[in-house]
Design a protein around this ligand. Structure first.
Ligand code: 5AD
Ligand code: FES
Length: 316
């Protein structure tokens, strides 16, 4: 949970005080990965803050070891790193990289990402380079960020289509009271065209993402499950999402990884989360797939190229 960024919405941001910072060691990570494999999962996401303490070589060795020990497809979600690091990890066997753009509105992006050099254009360029390096790429955004309009979300959806994402993560913005954005929003009246951070709006965005990128893997995100623990994930799975992401992080670390408060699945072990999710899937008549879970081949979905909106107004 170390991070060098100061994102205004995130509970793990560099400025957050009173948070015990930890790094899992390689043996702990491999043990968690074996649990995932034993649950029958075909793929694993390794996520951390943007942490310079995660050295390039250490990560490369870890990826090789995980591949050798478990054979799982590996997705990295480690923030913006140098091209050299990203290439080394790809060469070590990493299959996919997740990096949300959070919002495609350049002014809003700048406002909530105060670090020097935080520009939406940099992030989109990095996503394109990741693709060129051979990664399957995932991106996405939050719905209902204070100051985000519905038109912004429409542009976010177009941006996903432009990026030609293999994986798409869309979740509600959840106010974290210890963050600058969480504090500010609490006292402010929302602007008139503020996009709501509710389940229905997120589900609409997920459904539109499914139509725009029919080949993509779209998770029913943990943030959705946090917003509505009873029905959140199930609603998304019935409206365009096709992936669930059970948590295999050792219990001791979960409460230290609160990007936002009351994160779903916080108190359940990997095995409990596994059986809970299985029961939830069964209840809506679904069963988990097998294998590495790659995105569907594009040519299965012959559809006209989406006109790239660029600075044009989006037609959605
Ligand atoms: N509410 C909802 N989602 C958040 N994320 C970060 N902070 C919040 C928040 N307060 C999401 C971001 C990030 C992902 C790891 O978690 O979209 O990319
Ligand atoms: Fe993780 Fe229910 S889905 S505990």
């Amino acid at each position: 949970n170390h991070c060098r960024r100061h994102c205004h919405y995130c509970g793990l941001a560099a400025g957050q005080e009173g948070l015990f910072r930890y790094r899992m060691d390689d043996d702990e990570i491999c043990a968690a990965a074996r649990l995932a494999r034993d649950c029958g999962y075909g793929t694993l996401v390794l996520q951390a803050g943007e942490d310079p303490g995660l050295g390039s070589q250490r990560m490369a060795e870890l990826i090789r070891r995980l591949k050798a020990e478990t054979g799982l497809a590996i997705t990295l979600s480690l923030g913006e790193r140098s091209d050299a690091d990203l290439q080394a990890w790809r060469a070590a066997g990493a299959d996919r990289y997740l990096l949300r753009f959070e919002t495609s509105n350049p002014q809003l992006y700048r406002r909530i990402h105060p670090n020097h050099g935080s520009e939406i254009s940099n992030r989109l360029a990095l996503l394109r380079r990741l693709k060129a390096m051979g990664y399957a790429i995932g991106s996405g955004f939050m719905v209902g960020i204070p100051g985000q309009s519905r038109a912004d979300v429409a542009q976010d959806l177009c941006t996903l289509a432009q990026l030609d994402c293999d994986m798409i993560g869309i979740g509600p913005y959840l106010a974290h009271p210890a963050t600058p954005l969480g504090k500010r929003a609490a006292g402010n009246r929302p602007e008139r065209d503020q996009c709501p951070a509710d389940l229905d709006t997120v589900a609409t965005a997920v459904a539109l993402a499914r139509l725009l990128c029919p080949w993509a893997n779209i998770p029913a995100t943990t943030a959705v499950a946090t917003l509505d623990p009873q029905h959140g994930r199930e609603d998304m799975l019935c409206r365009g999402a096709n992936v669930v992401m059970p948590n295999c992080t050792p219990l001791a670390y979960r409460e230290l990884y609160q990007i936002y408060p009351d994160k779903a699945c916080q108190h359940e072990s990997a095995e409990q989360c596994h059986s809970c999710l299985n029961a939830r899937l069964r209840a809506i008549g679904r069963q988990p797939g097998e294998g590495p879970g790659h995105a569907q081949p594009r040519d299965r979905y012959p559809m006209p190229a989406i006109p790239l909106p660029g600075s044009q107004p989006c037609l959605l």
